[in-house]
Design a protein around this ligand. Structure first.
Ligand SMILES: [Zn+2]
Length: 305
């Protein structure tokens, strides 16, 4: 019998860090390289900011560049494969099993998320760009002013759900970086939530993560927020009850290595994380990927004719 008390709490974390542009999200995550290897999947060509880190930290960060654009939405295509198992990603195009690079014997990066050790964190920078990539994939071949219809939104939600539900089930450490998004919650109150997919999808995005951290920049000072009690207009939460806002200097270390950065705990009942259990089992979700993308491709091929 799998009694809760006998089940070991998961040692790995799945964290989403969000905030406005220039709120210092990438640097905050990059500082974890003091204690961890970071496998940094860069969809925004934004890793330049990491050169501000000490060289010893830079040594521990491996960059996987996915040069995602509207006309080359490689981000979602590669991420759908990366979250499932071992892949070889070419450095030039960010593509899995790239035939061009294979022919030219060009450099590839081997990534196997399922064999990642607890001293490594997979960083996805950013979920915002991953959503854009999914939209670009769905609307391939459409004019620039094309408006997404009901089916398109449905497909967007499905693609993001496949990536995020794999992350939800992951036994390795993950940090997803995202931007902030205003959502209206019950009582018509405006709240900030992480951006990802539609507003409706964004509102429920916290269910995939163990910790939701908002990074705020006020009066030139950065503060992490990880409990809902600290601010009523921000979605944040921590399953392990870590209140990052009590820190003088913003840091994510207490989430991953509480032994190195102990801090006072808050009761777990104050957490603002979404309901669990609404995500489909992994098996069915995994099977959908190829069919959705294949369906899209078939549609696009038809549209071209
Ligand atoms: Zn290539």
């Amino acid at each position: 019998m799998a009694k809760l008390i006998n089940k070991k709490a998961s040692a790995t974390k799945r964290v989403i860090v969000y905030g406005a542009s220039f709120s210092g999200k990438s640097l905050l995550v990059g500082k974890l390289a003091e204690h961890f290897n970071l496998l940094w999947v860069d969809l925004e060509a934004g890793h330049g900011v990491l050169y501000q880190l000490p060289p010893a930290y830079q040594e521990k960060i491996e960059i996987v560049s996915l040069p995602d654009t509207r006309s080359y939405p490689i981000g979602i295509e590669t991420m759908l494969k990366l979250v499932k198992g071992p892949v070889d990603i070419c450095e030039l195009h960010g593509k899995v099993n790239c035939m061009v690079c294979k022919r030219n014997d060009a450099d590839v990066i081997h990534v196997d998320v399922n064999s990642m050790q607890p001293d490594t964190i997979l960083v996805i920078d950013t979920l915002t760009q991953l959503s854009n990539s999914a939209i670009s994939n769905i609307t391939k071949g459409q004019p620039d002013d094309y408006k997404l219809n009901f089916d398109d939104y449905g497909n967007l939600g499905k693609l993001l759900d496949i990536v995020l539900s794999h992350i939800q089930q992951a036994n390795y450490n993950v940090i997803v970086i995202s931007h902030e998004n205003e959502v209206v919650t019950e009582g018509k109150k405006t709240t900030l939530s992480p951006t990802g997919g539609t507003r409706n999808f964004s509102r429920n995005i916290t269910k995939y993560f163990t910790d939701v951290v908002y990074l705020e920049r006020k009066n030139k000072k950065h503060t992490c927020i990880s409990t809902t009690t600290s601010s009523t207009s921000v979605i944040a939460g921590s399953q392990s009850g870590v209140a990052l806002e009590t820190l003088g200097e913003p840091s994510l270390l207490p989430l991953f290595r509480p032994d190195l950065a102990p801090m006072p705990e808050v009761p777990a009942t104050t957490l603002g994380l979404g309901k669990k259990g609404t995500v489909k089992p992994q098996g069915t979700v995994a099977g959908q990927t190829s069919s959705i993308l294949a369906g899209l491709k078939a549609k696009q091929a038809l549209a071209k004719k």
